[in-house]
Write a new protein. Structure first.
Length: 305
């Protein structure tokens, strides 16, 4: 009963949080729409005013030309001496008459500027994405790592691998080749429709042998799909309530700030963030699960999607 009450409380809390976020987003979009419409209306009025001014300028110019034409026609009826005397003045006035510049316009392209949580991912992808590859030396014997070290698949038959101290033996796990001990880094992983997966970062010193003690989890920061439930896993697991099933995960690490954030690239939404203090190099972590569907690290070029 206690567990059921806790579940109901968490679900209600999540509903209230979602309701609040949607209310904020709806209000934000409504305000943004009104602001854009107001800008467009002002720009329309300014353009209309300038077009009318340009129209009046051309009307005045045409009137002056017609006046000169009339004057020339009248002068042509005079004697040749009188015509030669007056035509020079008319010629100078014609020469000094300049046509007004034609006013051209183009409406500015207005767009909706989404709030921080929606725009943050775009900035992160532009500035901090980088190539991440798999380290075959750390891969569990049942994992097959592709030649380009971008894709890993669980296979029933163990691969012939060299046993070494850094290889995972208890679970189908492989680490990234890159270690991060400073700076900001971002990479993306396609989990597609895999029924089980884990992605995140860990300290390079975590145990590779036997069952992990709980203390090992304090050196890992990851999210996972297990038994149909999304969980943020560190010292204390936290159930995640996601509106849409993520198939494309973005991982962002800010070492100095002590932040690890996860995003669903599908809908550009934030999934979860950990805040901690790091004291040693961190490596990308990939738990594959026991199914035969591959897990793929995106190329930097694919991050444009």
């Amino acid at each position: 009963v206690s567990a059921l009450n806790k579940l109901r409380e968490r679900a209600e809390h999540q509903r209230q949080k979602l309701s609040s976020e949607f209310e904020y987003l709806n209000q934000f979009v409504e305000n943004e729409q009104q602001a854009v419409i107001s800008k467009l209306a002002k720009e329309e009025r300014d353009i209309e005013r300038k077009l009318n001014e340009n129209k009046r300028a051309f009307s005045n110019h045409i009137s002056k030309i017609k006046g000169l034409i009339t004057e020339v026609a009248e002068k042509s009826m005079m004697s040749e001496v009188k015509l030669l005397t007056d035509i020079k003045s008319i010629f100078h006035r014609c020469e000094s008459l300049k046509s007004p510049a034609l006013f051209s316009f183009r409406l500015r392209k207005e767009g909706c500027s989404l709030p921080l949580q929606f725009s943050a991912l775009k900035k992160i992808r532009q500035k901090f994405r980088e190539e991440v590859t798999l380290d075959p030396e750390t891969a569990h014997p049942n994992l097959l790592v592709s030649e380009d070290k971008k894709c890993v698949t669980f296979v029933q038959r163990e691969e012939l691998v060299h046993l070494n101290p850094v290889r995972f033996m208890a679970y189908p796990v492989v680490l990234g080749s890159e270690g991060f001990s400073s700076g900001r880094h971002y990479w993306e992983v396609r989990v597609e429709d895999k029924p089980e997966w884990t992605v995140g970062v860990c300290q390079d010193s975590i145990s590779r042998k036997g069952k992990w003690p709980l203390s090992s989890l304090s050196r890992c920061w990851m999210i996972q799909l297990h038994n149909g439930v999304y969980v943020a896993q560190c010292t204390v697991p936290v159930t995640l309530w996601l509106m849409e099933k993520p198939t494309w995960i973005g991982i962002y690490l800010d070492y100095e700030l002590g932040e690890i954030s996860f995003y669903s690239v599908n809908d550009r939404s934030h999934i979860h963030s950990f805040m901690d203090t790091f004291s040693e190099a961190l490596k990308p972590y990939f738990g594959i699960g026991y199914d035969s569907k591959p897990l793929t690290i995106c190329e930097v070029a694919d991050c444009e999607g």
